[in-house]
Ligand binder design. Structure first.
Ligand code: NAG
Ligand code: NAG
Ligand code: NAG
Ligand code: NAG
Ligand code: NAG
Ligand code: NAG
Ligand code: NAG
Ligand code: NAG
Length: 246
């Protein structure tokens, strides 16, 4: 080795070494989310980690994400399907009187605005939680009152309001006398007809719903691709080129 080359190597060494150290400092797990990698990053990590648009936070050993529609716990990241499963931070497992802090719905909102930079994945089922002045006798209305006789709702019966959950119902089918208090989402693959009790529905709300970052992955893997999809082998492919060469 020429001595000039050696000098150059010496000069470069600390720099490349620090890059390597920084790389190692990207946090890869937080609580139940064990595989945090690009495009995701964790707040507080070095700039080199992930994409700032996909920033998560680790708070008390729980992974959270802030979206326009609200604050969510990240339950699972699926790098095969480019989906992230999230649930409202207010929902508590095993406590069916915990309601979401914010309303989320893929059917009744523009996902490009509310869930940006994600899109709704296969559109989950929307749960409407309605507060009615009278009892409603319909299969569409699942009685949720038993969940709300705790301290916070002790005066609930005296106001003679009744709470019901409606699975994947059309807003226009909500009876007069009932107001929609909350909207929540459950996974698209849940069979709504098998949800018989509000506790079962609540369990699914806690489990969360899926959002997709396929569009982002498409830009990461292909240049000038209009849209991507995933094939049967779970590989991402470009469906159509834009014709533009970047
Ligand atoms: C963080 O959460 C994980 C998964 O739920 C758990 O295994 C781990 O013990 C927790 N760590 C602390 C410090 O609470
Ligand atoms: C985490 O995700 C990365 C990116 O898809 C993948 O290469 C890696 O195998 C995954 N690791 C685990 C432990 O799942
Ligand atoms: C990805 O989605 C497909 C179909 O939607 C599903 O069958 C598969 O289990 C998912 N893969 C993972 C790793 O969850
Ligand atoms: C259940 O959730 C409700 C509403 O958020 C809260 O007031 C109550 O304290 C919770 N109960 C338990 C046992 O955590
Ligand atoms: C239902 O409506 C009544 C009367 O407007 C209100 O006092 C109560 O807080 C509502 N319940 C819920 C859970 O939103
Ligand atoms: C709903 O459940 C509550 C509490 O279990 C019960 O008092 C009420 O009669 C039920 N209402 C209907 C319409 O079934
Ligand atoms: C309970 O409800 C009754 C009737 O609506 C009302 O007069 C009373 O002030 C309420 N009490 C509390 C503590 O909210
Ligand atoms: C709700 O019902 C109305 C009228 O029946 C229909 O035009 C609309 O498309 C429905 N919306 C959804 C989200 O199903």
């Amino acid at each position: 080795m020429h001595k000039d080359q050696f000098l150059l190597l010496l000069l470069l060494l600390p720099w490349s070494f620090s890059i390597a150290v920084e790389n190692n400092r990207c946090t890869t797990s937080c609580g139940e989310v064990v595989n945090i990698s690009s495009p995701f990053r964790l707040r507080g990590d070095p700039k080199i980690c992930g994409d700032p648009n996909y920033e998560l936070a680790c708070i008390n050993n729980r992974t959270t994400i802030d979206l326009h529609s609200g604050k969510y716990y990240v339950r699972y990241i699926d790098y095969t399907n480019y989906t992230i499963r999230v649930a409202d931070v207010r929902l508590r497992k095993g406590n069916c009187s915990s309601l979401p802090l914010h309303s989320s719905s893929c059917s009744y909102s523009n996902d490009q605005d509310n869930f940006h930079p994600f899109r709704c994945h296969n559109y989950g089922l929307t749960i409407l939680i309605v507060n009615c002045t009278k009892a409603v006798d319909s299969q569409l209305y699942i009685n949720a009152s038993s969940c709300f006789n705790g301290a916070a709702f002790s005066n609930f019966s005296s106001t003679r309001r009744r709470l019901y959950a409606m699975v994947d119902a059309n807003v226009s089918s909500v009876e007069t006398g009932c107001t929609i208090e909350h909207m929540a989402m459950i996974p698209w693959w849940v069979d709504g007809n098998h949800l018989r009790s509000y506790a079962q529905i609540h369990e699914q709300m806690v489990y969360g719903f899926e959002l997709s970052w396929l569009e982002k992955a498409c830009k990461m893997y292909f240049k000038g691709c209009a849209w991507c999809d995933i094939n049967a082998e779970h590989q991402i492919y470009c469906g159509a080129n834009t014709g533009k060469d970047f």
